[in-house]
Design a protein. Structure first.
Length: 164
């Protein structure tokens, strides 16, 4: 597998990024009436904070990927270790992993018959916003009452099976 490498001129530089954003913001602000324009210092501060936050987020994301890559490259570590590390990272970032079918609104039913449900794929929810990041999947399965109803129906269909 050939690995790609980012060339230095393609790397992100906060100062260059801020300069490009500032240039674009100034062009957009110039289109507003003078009395509606925010103070240049406020725009500059907001842009600077946005760029710094974006780089902080990028650094956190890269750190998590590096940890996962190290786990994956260690022979004595298996898929379970990687799964635990990823799950731990999700929880640390405020993602709730829903593996119980009780919260039906977080899931879609993908197949099956019956009144019971079996988890196919968990749902992922951003705890900070309550936003559903990825809907879970459930499969319908027969419940014990479904099975006894089915058995009774089958007995009734058998000649002499349901009547005494």
């Amino acid at each position: 597998m050939k690995l790609r490498t980012l060339r230095p001129e393609e790397l992100l530089h906060p100062a260059q990024l801020l300069a490009r954003f500032t240039e674009r913001a100034e062009a957009l602000l110039a289109q507003l009436p003078q009395e509606s324009r925010p103070a240049p210092a406020a725009v500059s501060t907001a842009l600077r904070q946005g760029v710094l936050d974006a780089f902080r987020t990028r650094d956190e994301h890269i750190a998590r990927l590096v940890e996962t890559d190290l786990l994956a490259s260690t022979p004595e570590r298996g898929a379970k270790a990687i799964r635990r590390a990823v799950r731990s990272s999700l929880v640390d970032m405020g993602v709730r992993v829903v593996e119980e079918a009780d919260e039906h609104e977080l899931f879609v039913v993908v197949e099956g018959e019956g009144r019971g449900f079996e988890l196919v794929r968990p749902a992922y929810v951003d705890q900070a916003t309550g936003k559903l990041l990825l809907a879970g999947q459930l499969r319908r399965i027969p419940t014990p009452s479904d099975l006894s109803t089915q058995e009774q129906a089958e007995e009734a269909d058998v000649p002499g099976g349901g009547a005494k």
